[in-house]
Design a protein around this ligand. Structure first.
Ligand code: F7E
Length: 328
């Protein structure tokens, strides 16, 4: 039975990946930080097959212990600060966990795996590294120009992954994933913030949605499709880096169009208010990925399209909020 250690198991991608690995017959270990972390409890309830391993990306020795305990064939590093807006307020924390955390894990793998370099490593890199984009669409060859402390930390994580592969022969891959969403997305991210609010407006629980910049454009895919690409990257004869994206870009306005249509609410303009609070000090205006390499070498293709994604999220949130009302 192959064994995998996943950091960030309590997040959206961690949950999707835990399910995927379990279905493929893996023993799944999830790194969880802190004492009595309530998120660990929710993982135990939702995924009883996951073995929780205590540890923190800020603490090198805890990573060594986690590797010794889980003895993984594969490590998926999905942990860290993932909310770009928050990284502006907690830049040092973001650099430490999202950036240096990658180095700590790589170094722990190097130490624990010794000469045989058996452990395969996946780094969750991000399209935020492209930031103020130098070309469109963005591919593995596009230079980086990050626009947030998060993007800067991700560039470090990406570069150090490539460096450990080239320096020590580690099987280390970096997946440059464009935005990927779904019903498990946190409510702070714009897509889920919108679909959750749309559901509540539909059910008469809320009157408006307060948002920031509506002009930003993103390449949005479905998280369930994207974790498959992570796994595929670690099954190849040679490690490499891949852009994972749909190749389509849409504005927040277009997302609103589809979300309001899915809930049969009509025009969204009367419901949406903009507030400076949700604007960022520096913005990433346009992202659209070229995933040709992933398609050709990994045989990866996204299954859920943009309208399908928005509808899935709106439906889920209407069901969730309706159940809440009925449980009162
Ligand atoms: O923002 C704009 C905001 O927070 C998308 C993370 O998974 O994907 C994600 O990063 C856009 C931005 O995601 C609101 O200014 C407008 O232009 O949903 P988001 P993100 O920053 O693109 C990348 C690939 C990652 O790696 C990250 O970890 O939406 N926007 N109004 C808003 N954004 C939020 N959150 N809230 C608003 O009210």
């Amino acid at each position: 039975m192959p064994r995998a250690l996943v950091t960030g198991i309590t997040g959206q991608d961690g949950r999707h990946l835990a399910e995927l690995l379990h279905a493929k017959g893996y023993e799944v270990f999830g790194l969880v930080k802190g004492q009595n972390n309530p998120k660990a409890e929710s993982i135990r309830e939702e995924f009883p097959f996951v073995e929780i391993v205590p540890g923190d990306l800020a603490d090198f020795s805890s990573l060594v212990s986690a590797l010794e305990r889980s003895r993984p064939d594969e490590v998926y590093n999905l942990g860290g600060v993932s909310f770009v807006a928050m990284s502006f307020n907690q830049a040092e924390l973001t650099a430490n966990i999202t950036g240096l955390g990658v180095l700590r894990m790589l170094e722990a793998i190097r130490l624990v795996s010794g000469e045989d370099r058996r452990i395969r490593f996946y780094q969750a890199s991000s399209s935020e590294m492209f930031g103020k984009v130098r070309e469109t669409p963005q591919s593995e060859l596009t230079p980086f120009h990050p626009r947030s402390p998060y993007g800067v930390a991700k560039v470090f994580g990406h570069d150090i992954t490539v460096n450990y592969r080239e320096s020590y022969g580690l099987y280390a891959c970096s997946g440059i994933l464009f935005n990927h969403e779904g019903p498990r997305r946190g409510l702070e991210f714009v897509t889920r913030k919108i679909t959750h609010a749309v559901a509540r407006i539909k059910l008469g629980l809320q009157q408006e949605i307060v948002l920031g910049n509506l002009d930003a454009k993103r390449d949005w895919g479905y998280a369930g499709d994207y974790v498959e690409a992570m796994w595929l990257m670690l099954q190849q004869p040679e490690p490499d880096d891949f852009v994972i994206a749909t190749g389509e870009t849409h504005s927040i306005g277009e997302f609103l169009d589809l979300a309001f249509r899915a809930a049969e609410l009509g025009d969204w303009h009367p419901y949406v208010r903009q507030d400076k609070r949700f604007f960022r000090p520096a913005e990433v205006d346009l992202l659209v990925g070229d995933a040709t390499k992933a398609r050709t070498k990994l045989g990866w293709v996204p299954r859920v399209d943009f309208p399908g994604l928005v509808e899935m999220m709106v439906r889920h949130d209407i069901d969730m909020e309706s159940r809440r009302i009925n449980a009162r």
